[in-house]
Design a binder for this molecule. Structure first.
Ligand SMILES: [Zn+2]
Length: 332
């Protein structure tokens, strides 16, 4: 590759991730002595391809590069220019833009490792990440391709020479993804919560909401249950009373019973005869605590879960407006 040939940086590091023989591997090769022969190489075997992707391998490759910069090249960062070569375009964009995606925690680790190196040294020479075609005839590129294939087949550098993250098995790609999804969901709820007009009022009830308690509770819940919890805490449960006040339903009356009472949360929690069975199991869980003070109950994970389950069982958390008359048809 021409650009690579013109590159006069005294330090060049090549990195590659590989999926080879059912394994995922990563490698980085360092050229720092000006002779054209590699100075050092690092390899890491991630595991079988059923557990880890080549993409994660590319990310681990960058971590190995960062490790070279932190250890072998420590005194030359900020003195000499350093070029880093990868054939993974998305590794470059992700490393730059911090986009969320699978293996994001690996890219975060890369950034954590290189952060202290930025702006180091009198010349403050930055290291540059460059893209190199996978098929180019550059010796460094061929060498790192070989090393990554070795790594994919289980031939790792001894853990003691690797950064701490790579000294124990990485979380499975899939579970890392699920963790990310959970985090995204929490952010979503936090946004929903923060935009709620009831926020100030609720802050008094539970000072560290939504962070600590809510996150802990939401972890143990299904998506639907967590959504009901938000509706309960923000007072946005779509009951007829709530809908009527917003001109979304023609009547505030409870559709489930014949008491002709407004369908408020208080009504369905404490008195509606249609939910007697659900209520008695709820009462067993909250052990004599008053249901009319449900806001305080929501701060306790066990009790919150019991109330959420109650609402879930009433099926009133998402059905929206129901005509009082519809009751006779829906209840056999
Ligand atoms: Zn009722």
């Amino acid at each position: 590759m021409e650009a690579e040939a013109r590159d006069t940086a005294p330090i060049k590091i090549y990195t590659d991730g590989s999926g080879f023989n059912d394994g995922a591997g990563a490698a980085a090769v360092l050229y720092a002595n000006g002779t054209g022969a590699p100075t050092n190489s690092l390899r890491h075997h991630l595991g079988p391809l059923t557990d880890h992707s080549t993409y994660e391998g590319e990310a681990v490759g960058l971590i190995l590069v960062a490790w070279f910069l932190r250890t072998h090249c420590k005194n030359r960062v900020g003195q000499d220019s350093i070029s880093i070569y990868t054939d993974c375009q998305s590794a470059i964009t992700t490393a730059r833009d911090m986009k969320l995606g699978p293996g994001q925690y690996l890219f975060n680790e890369f950034h954590k490792l290189i952060a202290p190196l930025r702006g180091q040294g009198p010349n403050r020479v930055k290291f540059t990440i460059r893209w190199i075609s996978a098929h180019s005839d550059v010796a460094g590129n061929e060498k790192v391709d070989e090393e990554a294939k070795e790594a994919a087949q289980g031939n790792s550098t001894p853990p003691i020479f690797l950064p701490s993250l790579l000294r124990r098995p990485l979380p499975l790609g899939k579970s890392a993804l699920l963790q990310q999804a959970k985090k995204d969901r929490k952010e979503e709820w936090k946004t929903e919560w923060n935009s709620s007009p009831r926020k100030k009022k609720m802050k008094k009830v539970d000072k560290d909401f939504p962070h600590a308690n809510f996150s802990k509770m939401a972890d143990a819940m299904t998506r639907r249950q967590a959504s009901i919890l938000v509706q309960l805490r923000t007072g946005h449960l779509p009951l007829n009373d709530y809908l009527y006040k917003r001109k979304l339903s023609p009547s505030p009356t409870c559709p489930a019973c014949t008491t002709n009472r407004d369908e408020t949360l208080d009504h369905i929690l404490t008195e509606c005869p249609a939910y007697m069975k659900q209520r008695s199991s709820l009462r067993r869980t909250i052990k004599g605590r008053s249901l009319s003070k449900y806001h305080t109950l929501l701060s306790d994970p066990k009790r919150a879960m019991a109330i959420v389950t109650f609402i879930e069982n009433t099926k009133r958390w998402k059905t929206g407006y129901m005509k009082p008359a519809a009751r006779d048809q829906s209840e056999n």
